[in-house]
Design a binder for this molecule. Structure first.
Ligand code: EPU
Length: 340
């Protein structure tokens, strides 16, 4: 039986370092622990909050329920072909440690996703992505427990309905499943993705044919460290807003007023804008309100240096959204999930 710790402060379990008390906290080390935790929550009629690395969540206030900290471990090679390996990874594994493990073992495809904070089980929920690669590009399937029925279900790449920072687990199936493992399909011979201009620029001294996956990983780590604050030193959850996707007509109109607007093409109808640029241009970069801040080096990141309450961060986020909407007519959507 796992230990159910009452009246537990989860400040150390969310990277924004928000102080919030959960009615109960339990560390889940096995599928058996998970089933017992769900049974406990049902018996006590407690809502559940599943935490991996706690790096994509904002706690609005105390959590009136049971927090499950996923700590299951294990990386298993479950299938192999001439070209690929399939790694089944327990939800509680740390994402970046998995990236390092894959490179150490000659399995490729995760190098652009180096240094993303958080756990493996959380990665599919928002389809983590960076430097031209998204989880969906290497994802084979996942196992998840249906909280209501207790059945273990397999989700294929298609059934996860992955989108930009999105999946079915943020939409119609929100809070209905607990992801227990993720199976990735990785290459035995690297096929590097150097599309992202800043990444190619960082590797400009090496001829394209000689670049290794390890060098890509090192370059991604260096770029991330140069603009994203380390959550251990300055509490944050990475990008606080999604890059908004707008109709091309609206984009052309904006571009005529703001010729330097930063955008990425999507298709013939839509364009993605750099939210960081919009927030910066609206005058927010480096600003502090009630002790919480818009990061000086990257306006897309909100930080909580004083380890203050989540509602202050959400208030700052609301002000940023309102001001970007007023200036550009674009509504920013938050990237992290908010609980309770
Ligand atoms: N910019 C500014 N001012 C700022 C911030 C950015 O002018 O304060 C400009 C930059 O100069 C650049 C553009 O905005 O031209 C975009 O900035 P950046 O290249 O830093 O990347 P991003 O679009 O802000 C996205 C992801 C990151 C991911 C990087 C690399 C989102 C919401 N964010 O950031 O993901 O690492 O691309 O692929 O899609 C995360 O999700 O937590 C995250 C860090």
């Amino acid at each position: 039986m796992p230990l159910f710790l009452p009246h537990f402060n989860i400040q150390k379990f969310n990277t924004l370092a928000v102080p919030a008390v959960a009615n109960y906290f339990v560390s889940v080390q096995s599928d058996e622990d998970l089933r017992e935790a769900i049974a406990f929550a049902k018996a006590e009629q407690l809502p559940l909050l599943v935490l991996g690395g706690g790096s994509n969540i904002v706690l609005r206030s105390d959590f009136p329920g049971l927090v499950l900290h996923m700590k299951t471990r294990g990386i298993d090679l479950v299938e192999e072909s001439d070209e690929f390996v399939w790694l089944k990874v327990a939800a509680g594994e740390n994402w970046h440690e998995l990236v390092e493990y894959s490179l150490d073992n000659g399995f490729y495809g995760l190098e652009n996703l180096s240094l993303i904070p958080g756990s493996v089980g959380a990665a599919p929920i928002q389809n983590i992505g960076a430097y031209g690669v998204e989880l969906k590009d290497v994802f084979a399937e996942l196992s998840a427990l249906n909280i209501q029925s207790g059945l273990m279900v397999t989700f294929t790449n298609e059934s996860c309905q992955f989108g930009y920072r999105d999946s079915i687990f943020k939409q119609s199936l929100k809070d209905q499943y607990i992801i227990t493992s993720v199976t990735l399909k990785l290459r035995k011979v690297p096929e590097l993705n150097l599309e992202y201009p800043a990444l190619r620029a960082a590797l400009i001294d090496i001829p394209e044919g000689e670049i290794t996956a390890e060098q890509v990983s090192a370059a991604v780590i260096a770029i991330r460290q140069s603009k994203l604050p380390d959550p251990v030193q300055i509490p944050n959850v990475g990008s606080f807003f999604k890059n908004p996707i707008i109709p091309i007509g609206q984009f052309e109109h904006l571009k005529s007023s703001y010729p330097t607007i930063v955008s990425y093409p999507i298709d013939a109808q839509q364009v993605k804008l750099a939210a960081g640029w919009l927030i910066d241009q609206a005058g927010w970069r480096g600003r502090e309100v009630n002790g919480v801040k818009v990061h000086q080096d990257q306006a897309l990141v909100l930080t909580n240096p004083g380890k203050l309450e989540g509602k202050l961060i959400l208030q700052l986020a609301d002000s940023v959204v309102a001001s970007v909407q007023e200036k550009f007519g674009v509504v920013l959507e938050m990237e992290p999930r908010v609980y309770p």
